[in-house]
Each structure stands twice: as C-alpha cells, then as structure tokens.
Write a protein that binds this ligand. Structure first.
Ligand code: DPN
Ligand code: ZN
Ligand code: CA
Length: 321
C-alpha cells in the first residue's frame, strides 16, 4: 500500500488533493437541436390541420389533436404533464403544462409557446414553430438526462390568438408564492418566418424606445440569448415587449421574461436585409394569419438557429447560478 509510505504529512496532502474538485462546477453544454425533428413536429401539425377542417384554432378539433400529439411525446419522454382546461367564447380551451422531474422547486425556469392557430389556416409558422421548437428542446432535456439546478417547466398555451387567453388563465391560476418561484419565462412565438429577422425581446430596453425594460432579470435573459447568436455570428435586434404574445401576462406580474421572434406582418427594412439577407420591403411572414401558413412557409435556417438558441437559453439559465 503506497499510503503507508507517505507518512502523516503525505497522507494529509493526498486527502486534500482527493477532496479538491478536479474542475470548477460549470453548466453542461446545451445539445444541438436536430432541425429534422423540429420539422417532423411541424409536419404532424400540418397533417392534424388537414384532417380537422384546415386549422388548429381554439375550440376546433385541430387544437385538441395538436395538444394530444405534444402531450403523448412528452409523456413517453418522462415528463409530468397536465391539461388545464378553461372556457372562452363558448368553447373549451386547453393549456398543456409539462414538468421535468427534479431541480429546485423554488426556482422554476419556464418556456412557453402558443399552440393554437387562427381559423384561416394550419398556423405552421404562427405558431407551430415555437410549439415544435420547445417540444424538441424538452425532448432533448430528456434524451440527455439533464438534471438542472432549477426546475424546468414547459407550457403550450391555448387561445393566444383570441387575446393571450390561455397564458393569462395560467398566470392568474397561480398563487403569489407560485408566481414568485418562476425565475424566468422564455417565450417562442413565430421562430421560422420565411423572410426572417433575428429579434430578441428587449429585456433591458437598450434601444430606449418603445416599451420600457422587462421585470428585473429580463436583461440577463436577453444577454444569454444574445450570447448564443453572437457565437454563431448572427447579429440580433431587440423587439419590444409590446404585449402581443404570451410573455404579457408573465411580465405584468413581475416575472422576468425573454425569448426570440423572427417577425410577423411587418416589412423587413433595407438595413435589416443587409444584416440578415432576405427581401427588403417584404413582410417577415407574408402568410401571417393566412391559409398559406403551411409547412412551405418556413425558413429552415432561422428555425434551426432559433431552436438551438432555445436549448442554449434553457441550459444556461437553469444551471448553477
Ligand atoms: N402573437 C403573434 C400572433 O400570434 O399573432 C404575433 C406576434 C408574435 C407579434 C410575437 C409580436 C411578437
Ligand atoms: Zn398569431
Ligand atoms: Ca425598447
């Protein structure tokens, strides 16, 4: 036995060395999110729409079928899922909440996307993309066996298109204590626009215009997302918390929020086309809220980059502080 020859001082030194961590604790790296998997979910949403009267809207069978699809994938990956129903406009709506077992229940990181479409079409960019991307990020958590410091929760919202109904109902269902446990909310609504911009919610109001800064902590979310994009050489621009998506109910109660967006009916400027490519003077999504928002209405590069940014944000924000 070598230790017998070390003597007292040597044995202490060996014990100290054994107790010294080999490397400082650091967050595990986020996996690459396979774009093919995200697109497979979009194909499923398209098929669901086709089989259910051409949409996935609140109160229509295509909405519930979309929810059942997402829930089944999460259940088989080991998530604890629950369907929260609500009633709106004479119809039953549903949110889907999925919790990844483990992590600190007092520190919750949440990611969400609206799962409903408008009645005019399948809603593949708006918002099959956000729904599919966070689903695939959730499945990547399960595949990698990631055990984050924070507790992870995902939400798919109903009836966003009718005025952020599902997300509002969810937030108002929480007690003050439950709200205070949510340390961050990441929102993904339209992340594959065909004439894509790379927008990140302007948590710190660094541009000084539009809505003010988000709740404290929103700036950190924004910079975490921006660090992913700068690492792949993509310049982002801020987009205001103008209340048009499901982060609205969260920031109203003081929950820090962030996320990405690739543009809706607004037109890409010349400066933006120089920055990102695509067509100046054309809408980011020409099929916004129309019947042509199908699986053909997707910019794969934008969807891929945004999906990877979601994994990056989830891993970075849920790991050791
Ligand atoms: N909330 C989107 C819609 O469902 O119509 C549009 C939108 C998304 C606008 C994100 C701004 C930011
Ligand atoms: Zn929409
Ligand atoms: Ca601003």
């Amino acid at each position: 036995m070598k230790t017998r020859l070390l003597g007292f001082a040597g044995a202490i030194a060996l014990a100290a060395a054994t107790l010294t961590p080999i490397a400082p604790a650091s967050a595990a790296a986020a996996p690459d999110i396979p774009i093919a998997n995200v697109k497979a979910h979009l194909s499923q949403f398209q098929s669901i729409s086709n089989a259910n009267g051409g949409n996935r809207a609140h109160g229509r069978p295509g909405y519930r079928a979309s929810l059942d699809y997402v829930k089944a994938r999460l259940d088989s990956a080991g998530y604890q899922t629950s369907i929260r129903s609500f009633s709106y406009n004479g119809a039953t709506g549903y949110n889907l909440i999925a919790d990844w077992p483990g992590g600190d229940a007092n520190q919750v990181l949440m990611a969400g996307a609206h799962l409903d479409s408008v009645r005019s079409g399948a809603g593949i960019n708006d918002n099959g993309t956000g729904s599919a991307a966070i689903l695939e990020a959730a499945l990547a958590v399960a595949r990698s066996g990631y055990q984050p410091t924070k507790h992870l929760r995902f939400g798919w919202w109903g009836a966003e298109e009718l005025g952020l109904i599902g997300s509002s109902r969810y937030v108002s269902s929480l007690t003050a204590t439950e709200r205070s446990r949510i340390k961050g909310y990441l929102n993904y609504d339209m992340v594959g626009s065909p004439n894509a911009g790379y927008f990140v919610y302007d948590g710190d109001n660094s541009d000084g215009v539009g809505s003010g800064p988000g709740p404290a902590g929103s700036a950190q979310i924004e910079s975490t997302i921006n660090s992913y994009f700068s690492g792949i050489g993509v310049t982002t621009r801020g987009t205001d918390f103008d209340g048009r998506s499901d982060y609205g109910p969260f920031i109203r109660v003081g929950i820090p929020a962030g996320g990405t967006f690739t543009g809706a009916e607004g037109r890409k400027t010349t400066a933006q086309a120089q920055l990102w490519g695509g067509q100046a003077g054309v809408a980011f999504d020409r099929c916004y809220h129309s019947s042509c928002d199908t699986t053909s209405n997707i910019n794969d590069t934008a969807l891929d980059r945004n999906s990877d940014s979601i994994a990056h944000a989830i891993w970075a924000l849920s790991g050791p502080a």
